[in-house]
Write a protein that binds this ligand. Structure first.
Ligand SMILES: [Zn+2]
Length: 396
């Protein structure tokens, strides 16, 4: 496999979540118009949120000596040292690791920020290379790489395998992985770039049946704007299947929209379903954090209502990309925690000049609004909900 690891993950965000792909795939004027309208709506709400934030929180977070926003995370970390809440023994329910040699910087950062355990999911070449990658390649290699990582840090890494629907003998392979220590399965089949057949195709039945029978949790990227019906068909057939849908079902882009309604319906209807809080890397991460900033109350209500079914994850995709230093990893973990723990926080990637902020140009310090969740809810999304997800596999 030819993978130039330094720029390996330039586009993995596209693989990790969806909306930006419309630009790549589409070229349709309508979509461009829709995005334009969205941006206008977003800018409107954001302005509202900023006004609201400055009215209730004074002053807006930035210390007088804050470095210029274009500075790198090393500098931004230094001004963002306000302590986080009580120490938690956090389980990071969703991240990717490319190669074993990229692991140590993550583990150091994780330790410093209270992460006790991390689910690393195996990924295809596509996730690491974006549109240049192949969706059927690397799955087995990646699963074995993550198993090696789990052996290097026993108890600290929870390995999830991945499969492609066209793989032969999928259940036999899965059994082999489980015998080697795999504790869950990641499927990408509900991602619009991967979706080439319905989610309830017969060739996947034995896999779902096996997971339902053994309690092996399934972290399943399903774009609930598109494939909810197919997902529900599988869930109806396998009510014991434990499923985590990442990125709030990819509904976070429209916190007050129909997709979030579907997510709520799923959580209300299927007791073994969960969602994770990750957004994706860089632009998608910043996009998600900006959504929370603009719609804080809606997100707070969602967390309050579904506090037993939400697990915390970072989905930063740990690779050898030059930008992804230990300080970078720390800054992402911090932002993903601050989002839940603080009223107001700063994140360098959201700042003017970082290159990742959607609202380019007017967020000097990358100031964002967080959810400031109470301790008992934090404990659930950081610790106990994921314990429940892993309970059946933990027993073995
Ligand atoms: Zn992911």
């Amino acid at each position: 496999m030819e993978t130039s690891e330094n720029d390996a993950d330039k586009t993995e965000g596209l693989a990790a979540t969806e909306p930006v792909n419309y630009l790549q795939l589409g070229g349709s004027l309508l979509i461009v118009l829709l995005i334009g309208t969205n941006l206008l709506t977003w800018a409107y709400y954001r302005n509202e949120a900023r006004t609201a934030a400055s009215a209730t929180v004074s002053p807006m977070a930035a210390p007088p000596t804050a470095p210029r926003p274009s500075q790198r995370p090393e500098a931004m970390l230094a001004v963002n040292e306000a302590p986080q809440k009580t120490d938690y023994a956090i389980t990071n329910a969703h991240d990717h690791l490319y190669m074993l040699k990229h692991l140590d910087k993550y583990m150091k950062a994780a330790k410093e920020f209270g992460i006790e355990r991390t689910v690393f999911v195996a990924s295809s070449e596509f996730t690491f290379l974006g549109t240049k990658g192949d969706m059927t390649k690397l799955n087995d290699w990646s699963t074995r790489e993550i198993l090696k990582a789990a052996k290097k840090y026993p108890g600290k890494i929870i390995p999830f395998a991945t499969l492609h629907p066209d793989d032969p003998d999928k259940v036999a392979l899965l059994k082999e992985y489980v015998a080697e220590g795999v504790m869950g399965l990641k499927l990408y089949t509900g991602h619009s770039n991967f979706h080439d057949r319905s989610l309830d195709v017969p060739e996947m039945d034995p896999v779902y049946a096996y997971c339902a029978e053994t309690g092996l949790p399934l972290l399943w990227h399903v774009n609930m704007a598109k494939y909810t019906k197919e997902l529900f068909q599988v869930l109806d057939k396998y009510p014991n299947l434990t499923v985590i849908i990442p990125h709030l079902g990819v509904g976070f882009w429209r916190p007050d929209g129909q997709v979030m309604g579907e997510v709520e319906h799923m959580l209300a209807t299927y007791p073994n379903t969960y969602v994770d809080t990750s957004f994706g890397t860089r632009e998608i991460l910043v996009g998600g954090l900006e959504k929370v900033t603009a719609y804080t109350d809606i997100f707070k209500d969602f967390y309050e209502k579904h506090q037993d079914r939400i697990v915390w994850g970072t989905d930063m995709v740990v690779t050898g990309n030059k930008e992804k230093t230990e300080a970078w990893v720390k800054s992402v973990i911090r932002a993903c925690r601050d989002l839940h723990e603080k009223d107001v926080y700063t994140f360098w990637m959201a700042a003017e000049g970082s290159g990742y902020a959607y609202g380019r140009g007017d967020n000097t310090y990358g100031t964002l609004r967080g959810l400031n969740l109470p301790d008992d809810i934090l404990k659930k999304i950081y610790e106990t909900n994921m314990d429940k997800v892993l309970a059946s596999v933990d027993k073995k």
